[in-house]
Design a protein around this ligand. Sequence first.
Ligand code: DAH
Length: 344
Amino acid sequence: MNPETLKQEAYTDIEACNNLQELEAVRVKYVGRKSELTLALRGLKDLPLEERRNAAPKLQQARKEIEGMLASKEKELASSKAEAKVDLTRPGTRHAFGHLHPLTLMEKEVVDIFTSMNFSVIDGPEVETEHYNFDVLNIPANHPAREMWDTFWLKGGNDSRSRKLLRTHTSPMQVRYMETHTPPLQIIVPGRVFRYEATDASHEINFYQVEGLMVGRDVSLANFKYVIEEFLKKMFGPKTEFRFRPSYFPFTEPSVEVDVRLVGGKGEQSESLRAIAESRKSEWLEVMGAGMVNPKVFEAAGYNPEEWQGFAFGVGLERLAMLKYKIPDIRLFYSDDLRIINQF
Ligand code: DAH
């Protein structure tokens, strides 16, 4: 075997390779374990000393050069493979764009309307203490009023400041916020809340509320009525019918609930809203609780109730979205059914 011609042949074969598989076959052929060159190198030890001295460097040199040629060809093939991936003439692939969930859209709308009326947007913890969720809101332990909130308790804790639960409403943020801020103030607190209860078309075990709180020296129920009317009309249109109904909450005095008309009256009629009305056996859907902040809540926050007064409200986001988008069942928001979701 002549190392010079071997190198020539190897060079020709390597240059002819179009891909890495072909190159691998050429590598085996020229420098593999059973190749002519490897066998010749291995046979060196059987040659007479003089011949060995003459042949060894030439064979080793040939091996080194062939390996060098293989390596540079490999580099070339690997990089051209990467280039081949970018084919600028190929038609583009269509990307499916996501979109916001109807509840997110609803929250944004609520936030937009209230910020336009100079309310600040505040966030609060979903895991709350018994103290803030109940005690400071004038709902003492063992008081029957606690039964208005079906509660998920967490393990542990030995007093009301350490016992934890999944907040049953966004109202705990009223006191949390007032403890660290001085009045006058006007805030909304959107957030997720949790109830340990059976689900149906208008109840879920978790849902969203937006809490509202406005405190000043002479903020009155008339101010509440104006703000909420503004809000509902901006949200649902100027023809929206709603009503205030006397109610009871431990943390407000007096307390009201606000209902929006589902069917009947002068408004537009809809199949879906009729379905909600039928399942609730009422032409109205309750969307929020509200009232004038109870002096006991101000005291718990360290405010002087002789000096400050204000209103608070808690509105259910799903219920607003059901009305606005005419969705007949609250469970559809959490069902991941794309036929619903993709309409937004
Ligand atoms: N937190 C009440 C609930 O979840 C709703 C509510 C009622 C909030 C009256 C308020 C309020 O701020 O003043 O049922």
